[in-house]
Design a binder for this molecule. Structure first.
Ligand code: MCN
Length: 782
């Protein structure tokens, strides 16, 4: 291939793919160690119960068994994130297994390790547990009802946190409004469903006291530190390696008790222990997400200018706080204004515990919900004021000259929102969707077009702000770029690859900065012992921007040293040198050149007389980059959909995104990221729901119950791009890994409403299932 000039921005094929697509990936479950045992967890199906008796005697005769009480006796509970702006937040002790009380269906009560998984599952059947069932609260309404059963006896109710995000004069905005519009929105419980479920292998060496962990995680450093805290070990005694991760989607960012259980079982047995979640378990044991109720009121002028928003985000959390749970609820409120300059905001956040699986991260955090609310409200407001919705959008967009713009919480760095809307509308016109709608309607079909506009908080940082919010992460990233004695470049990154093309992107940046071919760069990630430290882990769409900026800076510095050594070898001035395709030439004198291998050799092996006297040996640069601000990417989504008023079935016919993530590193990957995110948005908008029965037991067990969209439900995508670089980030990169998932719900809802415009349908909840849509049609007819 051999690109050099312009590696940043090149449509390079992902280096990861050949290996992964030919089945050569090495996932946690592929880790095989001598004498390894396999573990399985006994789970309670009841939503709420006291454990009155647990007898592990029979099981212990053929396997190693640990109960919740035994685990509690030897570990500390991992501490959830304490949000500093919610000082009176109530915390829960989330031990790896239930100790004396089960608080959600599927919670583990015991774990066993045996020769293999089948033997472990057989041993589970020998454990006798007796429960006293307790009344449960499975829904928000049940949890908030007067006199509701409480999850935690020493709490006065089931609310774990309340806070308010406020800015501007809200009372005045509402008092002076020409129109006030109120609406309530519901989001079902959903989750990220990576193909690879969670998994861990732990090997606690009894002689060295060292704990080796292989873990499918997006945050190996954080996992190592939390394991150290929980197990009471120095972090230096723990090594976390992440082999290939078969999708993370946020839920592998969170810390889980399974890591602790595998470590304890390994300690107990003196043998390596593997614990892999199966799919049925995954639906109860991996964090859930999305479930929220958001009530808002909008104050507006008759011309469509929105002057105020107020309301409440109810986060419907699960039974324990987890390491992250409050974040997505807070973010939904913090980002409620999205791309719009709304001067007065007052959003309450109320986080409520229920007898359901703990809540955690899923691609987009609070942004898909905030976007659904703001874009639905734009459409409803436009209808009320008899204005075109795009006119209302344009009237309220943060204008280009207002950046940097202080929104209620985040400072947006840059944006050209109206241009992006234009780009989307031009693409829709070019695609001929209006003609398709007219043609479909002429034959009696209900086809419509929907839009949404979103912005995305990416490149999350700086550390000061991340720490102030109370997260136990910081916002910096450390990257190391090396050239070895043979001239090959290696980037050591603390970021995690989970399918998003990280290795390809960082190799492009390093190759671009150094002037070497793409093939001459290797990226190494996923080992706390040999890779640098990243303050956050990989989430919040920050690896390309923050990690990429660090690689760019380190590689640029390294190139200067390469040029100094090459200048010495060529007896020229560094200023007269150019680098092309991994060779350094005296400009205009093509026969006077040296290759990277000769420079590498001069810096590592045959230094004498070849390495300038004032240069240190080796070729390595390390950069720690802490961004001064987040970077705001943005996009406009348009959807062409058909809705069948007889069956309530929605079919997507077209899906178009106009997008801006600043400097694009790899357009091929950016498109792929948008495709994948959009597929998840489609699942969230139309199909996916974690279901419980009236007694609070989990009904979802397989992909037959939890419908993720397959290739037949995903329409053809059309993507178009513009670029507004982040000028505070070296390289100008903005993140976009969550972009595709944010705007889809609102655009699909609007397309369905438009398709069913004769039926007066109003959509305020996701997913839009056939029964739900038929009910909305019935309501519209009244
Ligand atoms: N990219 C680019 N130019 C930019 C920005 C990004 O070319 N200006 C490309 C790069 O190849 C980069 C990728 O897009 O590797 C994603 O970049 P970024 O937005 O920085 O996202 P992260 O690398 O931080 O990845 C995390 C993000 C999140 S938060 C989730 S969740 C997510 C996602 O990305 N999970 C994924 N994308 C995923 N993709 C796959 N296949 N699997 C997951 O689990």
């Amino acid at each position: 291939m051999g690109f050099v000039a312009g590696l940043i921005g090149a449509r390079v094929r992902r280096t990861e793919d050949l290996r992964l697509l030919t089945g050569r990936g090495q996932f946690v479950d592929d880790v095989e160690l001598p004498r390894m045992l396999e573990a399985a967890v006994l789970r309670c199906p009841l939503p709420h119960a006291r454990i009155t008796r647990i007898d592990t005697g029979a099981a212990a005769r053929q396997a190693t068994v640990l109960t919740g009480a035994e685990v509690k006796a030897v570990v500390k509970a991992p501490q959830p994130v304490i949000w500093r702006n919610v000082p009176d937040m109530r915390l829960t002790d989330a031990y790896p297994l239930a100790v004396d009380r089960v608080r959600y269906p599927g919670q583990g009560v015991a774990v066993v390790a045996a020769g293999d998984r089948a033997a472990a599952e057989d041993a589970l059947e020998l454990i006798e547990v007796e429960y006293e069932e307790l009344p449960a609260v499975s829904t928000l309404e049940e949890a908030l009802a007067e006199g509701a059963p409480r999850l935690y006896d020493d709490w006065p109710d089931n609310v774990c946190a309340r806070t308010t995000i406020a800015t501007g004069d809200v009372a005045a905005a509402f008092a002076e409004a020409d129109v006030v519009l109120a609406e309530s929105f519901r989001f079902a419980r959903q989750m990220g469903t990576p193909l690879e479920t969670r998994g861990v292998v732990a090997n606690w060496d009894p002689f060295t006291g060292k704990l080796d962990v292989w873990l499918a995680t997006q945050a190996p450093n954080l996992a190592r530190e939390l394991l150290a805290e929980v197990l009471g070990l120095p972090a230096a005694k723990i090594r976390v390696r992440t082999p290939d991760v078969g999708g993370g989607f946020g839920n592998k960012f969170d810390f889980y008790g399974d890591e602790v259980l595998a470590a304890l079982l390994s300690h107990r047995t003196g043998r390596p222990v593997k614990l892999i979640e199966d799919r049925v378990e995954s639906f109860v044991a991996t964090v859930h997400a999305r479930e929220q109720k958001i009530d808002v009121e909008y104050a507006a002028k008759a011309d469509g200018t929105i002057t105020g928003v107020r309301g409440t985000v109810h986060g419907v959390l699960g039974a324990e706080l987890g390491t992250i749970a409050f974040g997505p609820c807070y973010t939904a409120a913090a980002c409620i204004t999205g791309p719009y300059a709304i001067p007065a905001v007052e959003m309450d956040v109320v986080a409520v515990m229920t007898n359901r699986t703990p809540y955690g991260s899923y691609r987009g955090w609070g942004l898909p919900k905030a976007n659904f609310v703001q874009e639905r409200m734009i459409e409803l407001l436009a209808a009320r004021l008899n204005l075109d919705a795009h006119t209302v959008r344009r009237r309220n967009f943060v204008p280009p000259e207002a950046f940097p713009y202080q929104s209620p919480v985040f400072v947006y760095d840059s944006g050209r929102y109206a241009d992006c809307l234009d780009l989307c509308l031009e693409a829709v016109a070019e695609a001929g969707w209006a003609g398709r709608v007219a043609e479909a309607r002429a034959r009696g079909a209900c086809v419509g077009i929907g839009y949404s506009f979103h912005n995305e908080i990416t490149a999350f940082g700086p550390s000061r702000i991340v720490n102030l919010s109370g997260l136990q992460h910081s916002g910096f990233d450390e990257e190391v770029v090396r050239i070895d004695a043979t001239g090959h470049v290696t980037v050591h990154t603390g970021q995690s690859a989970m399918g998003q093309g990280l290795h390809t992107a960082l190799a492009q940046i390093a190759g671009h900065a150094l002037g070497v071919p793409f093939e001459d760069v290797t990226v190494v990630s996923g080992d706390t012992e040999s890779c640098p430290y990243t303050g956050y882990g990989t989430g919040a769409s920050r690896a390309a921007a923050v990690g990429g900026a660090a690689v760019l800076t380190a590689a640029t510095r390294l190139k200067a040293k390469v040029l100094r050594i090459a200048a010495h070898l060529l007896e020229a001035s560094p200023d007269d040198l150019v680098v092309e395709n991994g060779r350094i030439f005296v400009d205009g004198v093509p026969h006077r050149s040296v290759g990277m291998a000769e420079v590498g050799d001069a810096a590592h092996r045959r230094l004498e007389g070849r390495l300038p006297e004032d240069e240190s040996p080796t070729l390595q640069e390390r950069e720690v980059y802490d961004p001064v601000n987040v970077a705001t990417a943005f996009g406009c989504t348009a959807v062409l959909a058909e809705a069948d008023p007889e069956t309530g079935v929605v079919t997507l016919l077209g899906y178009l995104v106009a997008h801006d993530c600043g400097t694009v590193i790899n357009p091929l990957i950016v498109d792929g990221q948008l495709h994948g995110g959009a597929a998840q948005a489609i699942g969230g908008a139309l199909y996916e729901e974690l279901a419980y029965d009236d007694g609070g037991r989990m009904l979802t067990r397989t992909f037959r119950d939890y419908l993720v969209p397959s290739a037949t439900e995903v329409p053809p995508f059309t993507l178009t791009h513009m670029s507004t670089p982040a000028d505070h980030i070296p390289g100008g990169f903005k993140g976009m890994g969550e972009a595709g998932v944010i705007g889809g719900g609102a655009a699909i809802a609007h397309a369905v409403e438009d398709a069913l415009r004769d039926y007066g349908v109003k959509i305020t909840a996701l997913p839009i299932t056939p029964p739900g849509l038929l009910a909305a049609i019935k309501r519209g007819a009244r």
